[in-house]
Design a binder for this molecule. Structure first.
Ligand code: C2O
Ligand code: CU
Ligand code: CU
Length: 493
């Protein structure tokens, strides 16, 4: 028996994600089912046009996570070989409450080592997925830590030395949602109206495989695909009711940056960033989302016309936006992500809270030092090397030591022609300023663990490590850049 989606989204389903790929691929949101009932002809038309119903991964609270090779019907009519952790692509959505102890056992049935990293969560060093701290084929290990985090949308994925890009691309990554009372009191859209969306691009090869074979050229910009998958669904469609939705956007792509917007140019409200809710909703019509980043938005379909689809899309930017190099499928190319099919019905009243959360502001005047991290390509000691401060990653070398409790300013300098999403483990930071004229965007406002740096740009952060001592990494979250060495080990002492 399969629980209705509205139930599994509300409840914490503990233990193993048992649903097989085929079983859960058939699950639809309750609202999608309603829309289908209201307008079967419209749905038929959409399916004829090649749209597939948005997949919804199962929800878990922990348990056994088996890394395995599987087959899943990603594109309809063909099975694609995927590597799953927890039985599905994307991986199951973890939902836990702040303060809970999260326990998961990773078992590796693949032919290569791997680990898991809990992106955005602050865990002890030996639970964080340090690149050389891996599980060998045939072995397993337990991850257990207290979720000492604000409510928010985090995620998890392998972090294996030089293999992160390949392992994530093969299908292993999932959303990790933390809930708490402060957020619960806000009465934000919940159940089927709270929709996690994992956005990834893949190359649509003739055999519909997730072949990952970056050529040196691909490593420069990262491994970009021409097909955009949302929750593992190409050309995804979602039936929605005429009411307010909370979308939790995760850019789980290896390298692609999205400029999130809607096809009708409608505005939406940014309510959260990597580290949870912002102080108050910020109205926007387009927001950049780099690899590794999350964005929570409220979008109101209450005045949308029944039968008029609205597309979530990525707008053109950069060279592709100018119609130049990098067009079709390149970085900055315009892409459609998800088609919302607005159903009938009265339309629920949209309540957008005027304030969301109180944010502790880190005071840069309290910083005891400024540290510079220069992100370099082809400028390191090795020609063609991807480096931070001139050095490519070595898991056995500690590049920086930061004292627990010290407030610091980190100056991230992008010294290249490419975009680098800078990510640091073991804390959340706040963005102080950007050297470019674009200034801070809505995605820069709250707590962050990943920040986009544009070619030539310097971004200043203020941060403090206040939980655990130990070894962690910071890196570019373009996974090809990371695997090529744009990563650095630091120790909190
Ligand atoms: Cu999501 Cu160190 O990574
Ligand atoms: Cu991380
Ligand atoms: Cu990079």
């Amino acid at each position: 028996m399969r629980p209705a989606q509205s139930h599994s989204r509300r409840r914490f389903v503990s233990g193993l994600a048992r649903a097989s790929a085929t079983a859960w691929a058939g699950q639809v949101l309750a609202s999608a089912a309603c829309a289908a009932g209201d307008d079967p002809a419209g749905v038929d038309r959409a399916e004829a046009a090649g749209y597939g119903t948005l997949r919804v991964p199962p929800t878990i609270a922990g348990g056994e996570l088996v890394a395995a090779v599987g087959r899943q019907e990603v594109w309809s009519g063909t099975a694609t070989t995927v590597w799953t952790v927890g039985g599905t692509y994307p991986s199951p959505t973890v939902r836990v409450r702040a303060g809970a102890t999260f326990v998961a056992r990773l078992r590796d049935t693949l032919a290569e080592p791997l680990n898991l990293h809990w992106h955005g969560l602050v865990t002890p060093s030996d639970m964080d997925g340090y690149p050389s701290d891996v599980v060998r084929p045939g072995e397993s290990r337990e991850y257990a830590f207290e979720v000492a985090q604000r409510a928010g949308t985090y995620w998890y994925h392998p972090h294996t030395d030089r293999r992160t890009g390949a392992q994530v691309y093969a299908g292993m990554a999932g959303v990790f949602i933390v809930e708490d009372d402060e957020e619960g009191a806000l009465d934000l859209p919940s159940g089927p109206f709270d929709v996690p969306l994992v956005i990834q691009d893949r190359r649509s090869t003739p055999d519909r495989s997730f072949t990952y074979a970056p050529m040196p050229m691909d490593v420069v910009s990262g491994y970009l695909g021409d097909a955009t998958l949302v929750n593992g669904t190409p050309n995804a469609r979602l039936g929605v009711e005429r009411t307010l939705y909370r979308l939790r956007l995760l850019n789980g792509s290896n390298a692609r940056v999205y400029r999130i917007a809607f096809s009708d140019g409608r505005s939406f409200h940014v309510i959260g960033t990597d580290g949870g809710l912002v102080e108050r909703p910020v109205e926007a019509t387009a927001v950049d989302l780099g690899p590794g980043e999350r964005l929570e938005i409220l979008v109101d379909f209450s005045s949308s016309l029944e039968g008029t689809p609205v597309l979530l899309r990525s707008l053109a930017f950069g060279a592709a936006g100018m119609g130049g190099m990098g067009g079709a499928g390149g970085q900055g190319a315009p892409l459609d992500l998800l088609r919302f099919e607005v159903g009938g019905g009265a339309g629920g009243a949209a309540r957008i809270p005027s304030s969301l959360a109180s944010l502790l502001r880190l005071d840069p005047a309290r910083a005891v030092r400024t540290r510079v991290f220069a992100l370099q390509m082809g400028m390191g000691p090795m020609m063609g090397g991807f480096a931070i401060n001139g050095r490519s990653f070595d898991p056995g070398r500690v590049d920086a030591r930061v004292a627990l409790g010290d407030t610091e300013i980190w100056e991230i300098r992008n010294l290249s022609q490419e975009i680098h999403p800078f990510h640091v483990h073991a804390t959340q930071f706040q963005v102080l300023d950007r050297s470019t004229r674009m200034g801070l965007g809505p995605q820069d406002l709250g707590w962050k663990d990943t920040v986009l740096t544009w070619p030539g740009e310097t971004v200043r952060l203020v941060l403090r490590f206040e939980h655990y001592r130990g070894l962690y990494v910071l890196h570019c979250h373009n996974l090809e850049h990371e695997d090529a060495g744009m990563m650095s080990a630091f120790e909190v002492v």
